[in-house]
Design a protein. Structure first.
Length: 468
């Protein structure tokens, strides 16, 4: 999943000392230079490296676990013990990253490159920068002998980006006792949103859409290309995708997105602000809805979205195609299920020559959909919100804290349904026009990273100390 991006403006002054600055830099560099892709990488190597740093900082071996279902996909779980006055808080972050080819990048994606005020490398935004922030914060607390009112649990895990061994799911099912907590903070979402270098708001992901993929398939006996027939597997898939291209899922607001657009209507000027206000009426203003839906972010907040991401078909240049497939990636609004969305696609395509199957996290087509359903937004806990509002005003005076819905997906899809209310809170300030997560030359501004280090130290201390 991804948060927001950052520009080179003076937003706040990170008041970290030089030793903390160097520590966080070195942890970040170490993580970037460990390849944790699903294809050839090793999440266990990264988990062990962070465990070694925690042990060196004085964490007892008994409070550090590196566990998982196989040798390449082990997860780190570490605990800083508090007074026990309150239930623990769980911090989650994924160590895996999406694939990156050297030929696509200006520099090696698995080298930590510092250039022109930016840190470059696969995972700088999604989400090894945030992982480094969390590990640094745990080490700072340990070194100063901080005794929080609630235990702080850190879980750095595998396969959020895909693969067969999602670490959070595995921990929930196999070692719930290690991660049981009152609530979860996930810096894989939220953060300070910038527009042209100006901080606009602190976004907090209070809920998220459900990720699902579907395979459209068509088959045909094939034959010689000199003897074409009307029944062509590629054409069947093309016709189905043409229907999808023109389709828009129904408009829908939930408690979080309604509050988001209500608050943003007071922030946004001109027509956009007026449109945001107009969609809150019953019924919503259709013209305002159409205008807002032209923006990809607003469109995703207002609708379930499904988009074709991959197509393949045929087996030879001079043969009629025997098979054709397309992958359709959907992000489903809370309250709707994977199977419900598949049935919508079946009705839309309305072609018995095209099959529509669910695709699991390992990329395999399944005859039956997962029963998973996107979870309803949890209540906005004062223990989370009050410290967030206070620290935000301290570091970025004047900007509002705005609960929102993540348009991507995170490991919160496993924690929230398990009764662990999850909130996307990040201290990284990100420029909306420079989002590079999952893309070429992924980068994070140096200032954003160091401000993030200071933010999480202040915020987590506020969450776990008396008076909040």
């Amino acid at each position: 999943m991804l948060g927001t991006l950052f520009g080179l403006t003076s937003l706040s002054v990170a008041q970290i000392d030089e030793a903390t600055r160097q520590l966080s830099h070195d942890i970040f560099k170490e993580l970037i230079e460990i390849n944790t892709t699903d294809s050839v990488g090793n999440v266990t190597t990264a988990a062990e490296a962070m465990a070694a740093r925690l042990r060196a900082a004085g964490f007892p071996a008994a409070d550090i676990q590196v566990i998982g279902p196989n040798d390449r996909k082990k997860n780190l779980v570490a605990r800083l013990h508090g007074t026990g006055k309150k239930k623990p808080v769980l911090l989650i972050g994924h160590l895996d990253v999406v694939e990156a080819r050297r030929s696509d990048w200006t520099s090696d994606p698995f080298q930590f490159v510092e250039r022109d005020g930016f840190f470059y490398g696969r995972g700088t935004q999604d989400m090894k920068g945030a992982d480094a922030v969390l590990v640094t914060t745990m080490i700072r607390f340990r070194k100063e002998n901080y005794k929080p009112e609630r235990d702080i649990i850190l879980a750095l895990t595998a396969d959020e980006e895909g693969g067969r061994s999602n670490g959070v799911d595995w921990l929930v099912k196999n070692h719930r006792e290690l991660i049981d907590s009152e609530f979860v903070l996930n810096p894989d979402g939220g953060g300070v949103q910038l527009e042209n270098g100006k901080p606009v708001m602190m976004e907090m992901d209070a809920t998220e859409k459900l990720y699902s993929a579907y395979q459209l398939g068509a088959t045909n006996p094939g034959g010689h290309s000199s003897l074409p027939v009307a029944a062509n597997a590629i054409y069947h898939i093309a016709d189905a995708l043409a229907k999808l291209e023109k389709f828009r899922f129904p408009f829908e607001l939930n408690d979080v997105t309604r509050a988001y657009f209500s608050q943003m209507s007071k922030i946004e000027a001109g027509q956009k602000g007026a449109d945001m206000k107009a969609i809150l009426s019953a019924p919503p203003d259709e013209q305002a809805l159409a205008q807002l839906s032209e923006d990809p972010l607003n469109n995703s907040l207002l609708h379930t979205t499904c988009i074709a991401t991959r197509v393949d078909g045929g087996h030879a240049n001079n043969a009629l195609p025997q098979t054709a497939h397309a992958n359709v990636n959907c992000r489903i609004l809370p309250g709707h299920s994977i199977e419900e969305t598949r049935q919508t696609l079946i009705q839309l395509v309305a072609d018995p020559k095209v099959t529509i199957s669910s695709v699991d996290s390992a990329g395999d087509a399944q005859a039956e959909s997962s029963p998973r359903k996107s979870f309803p937004p949890p209540p906005l806990l004062p223990e989370v919100m009050k410290p967030l509002e206070r620290v935000t005003q301290e570091m970025w005076p004047g900007i509002p804290v705005v609960p929102s819905m993540a348009t991507g997906a995170s490991d919160g899809v496993y924690t929230s349904p398990a009764g662990l209310p999850t909130f996307g809170v990040s201290g990284l300030a990100l420029e909306v026009s420079d989002i590079r997560a999952h893309g070429k030359d992924e980068r994070l501004p140096e200032k954003s990273f160091y401000d993030g280090v200071e933010f999480y130290y202040k915020y987590l201390k506020a969450v776990t100390s008396a008076g909040e």
